[in-house]
Every structure is written in C-alpha cells, then in structure tokens.
Design a protein around this ligand. Structure first.
Ligand SMILES: Nc1ncnc2c1ncn2[C@@H]1O[C@H](COP(=O)(O)OP(=O)(O)OP(=O)(O)O)[C@@H](O)[C@H]1O
Length: 229
C-alpha cells in the first residue's frame, strides 16, 4: 500500500524535530531516508508507527489515516517497525521469537524460513547466540509475521559488514516484489545505497528531494544471491 505523508510536524516536549515532512512511498516501493546522528530519522519512523504523536499533518497507508491513532491500531492497520538495535530477546530462541510474533496471514513460519534460510538453521539458538546479521534477519522475520503492508526499518545495516548489508538488500527487494512497501532510515550512505536505489536526505527534520541511484549498485546486487546472514 502507498504511504503518503503530508506536512507532518512532530517532536518531544517543547521541541520540534520534524518540520513539515512530505513523503510518498508507492506500494511495492522501497525508499531510504538518509541523515546524520540526530537528524530525526528514528523520530520519523516512530511517528509513522504511532510511538511519537504527530502534532499536525497526515500519514496515510492507502486511504487509511494513521496520524492520531494509537500505536497498536497502527500496527493492526499493517505497519511493522524493525527497531534500531534489533531488540531481540537474549534468552529466547529463534523459534520462540517466531512463535510469539505470529499472526494469521500470508506470512507463515515456513515461508519466512524460505526467505531467510539461515534462521531455519538457528531455530534453537538464543538471541544472544546470533550474529548481527542473524539478529537482523530475526528482527525482520518478527515484523513480517505481523502481516504488514508497510515495513519500517530503523538503521537495519548498522554494524553489519557490507556483504550482510547486501543480503538485507536482497531480502528487501524480495519483499517489495510481494507488494510490501518499505521505508528505511540509515546514517551511512553506502548502507542505504546497498539496500535501495531511491534515497532522500533528512537534515534537521527537513526532507530533501528523492533521488535515484540507478546503475551504481548493479554489481553489488548481482553478487548477493548466494551470500547469507
Ligand atoms: N525521547 C526523546 N525525548 C527528547 N528528545 C529526543 C527523544 N528522542 C530523540 N530526541 C531528540 O530528537 C532529535 C532527533 O533524534 P532521532 O533519534 O530522531 O535522530 P536520528 O536521526 O534517529 O539519530 P541516530 O542516527 O542517532 O539514531 C535529537 O535531537 C534527539 O536528541
């Protein structure tokens, strides 16, 4: 479903972080928002997910207005957030994480394990026994099991080696082919470019213009199909 953000202001206490954000991510598209430390990237995805309240403006998924709804209703409307730092539970196994997140829908555990086969080999491993790449895949798996229409990824490649960032790209590409809409925020331009060709800068809570980086990634994208998290 298409994500349409218009004139969104948001912040904390007396301070404003997002100053009138306008953004469209078409259905089945992926867009990366790039910004430095403190630019407002997490605030943006948290505002979409309802964890930070939009003070004004509109956030629509398809025709459904999300702004002003509580987070649990936004989740039910089809928005899933993969948080910064992955937030997997140290003492729960991969299988337990998957069982806890599951909601009825097209994304089943077998389908997830087909997309992310490495997780299938780690089902009995606990959160604290996973590599950064494996934890990231688990965080994505958890989000998918909630049957989202919009996936928000907060710095998914943070701390990952370039080949694993490329693996995230392969997964995101696969997801957008299913019609899922993906918005990610990243600090490192090379990480953002590893995941999607469509980029926009965020500086001091103001978005720039969306740019396409067409051919630069052709080589990187071609070599990823066999690499694993
Ligand atoms: N809970 C909060 N209360 C008050 N101010 C906050 C809160 N969270 C973030 N901020 C402030 O909002 C601004 C934007 O922070 P945000 O976390 O959105 O940036 P970011 O681009 O995600 O940064 P990073 O790359 O470090 O994650 C910063 O000035 C930050 O200090």
């Amino acid at each position: 479903m298409t994500l349409t953000i218009e004139g969104v202001h948001a912040g904390y206490g007396g301070g404003t972080v997002l100053h009138g954000v306008d953004l469209v991510v078409p259905e089945g598209g992926a867009l990366a928002v790039l910004g430095m430390n403190g630019a407002g990237k997490t605030t943006l995805v948290h505002t979409i997910a309802g964890l930070v309240k939009a003070r004004s403006g509109s956030i629509r998924l398809g025709d459904v207005e999300l702004a002003g709804r509580p987070a649990h209703r936004i989740a039910r409307a089809g928005v899933a957030l993969v948080p910064q730092g992955r937030r997997v539970f140290a003492s729960l196994t991969v299988a337990e994480h998957l069982a806890l997140s599951r909601r009825k829908g097209d994304w089943t555990v077998p389908r997830i394990l087909e997309l992310l086969p490495r997780l299938g080999e780690r089902l009995t491993h606990k959160g604290n026994q996973l590599s950064g790449g494996e934890a990231q895949m688990l965080a994505i798996a958890r989000a998918l099991l909630t049957q989202p229409r919009l996936l928000l990824l907060d710095e998914p490649c943070e701390g990952l080696a370039v080949d694993l960032a490329a693996r995230v790209r392969a997964v995101v590409a696969e997801l957008t082919r299913t019609g899922l809409t993906v918005l990610l925020v990243e600090q490192q331009p090379e990480h953002a470019r590893a995941v999607t060709d469509r980029l926009v800068d965020l500086a001091n809570g103001v978005l720039g213009t969306v740019t396409e980086h067409g051919d630069e990634n052709t080589e990187g994208a071609a070599g990823i199909s066999s690499s694993r998290a």
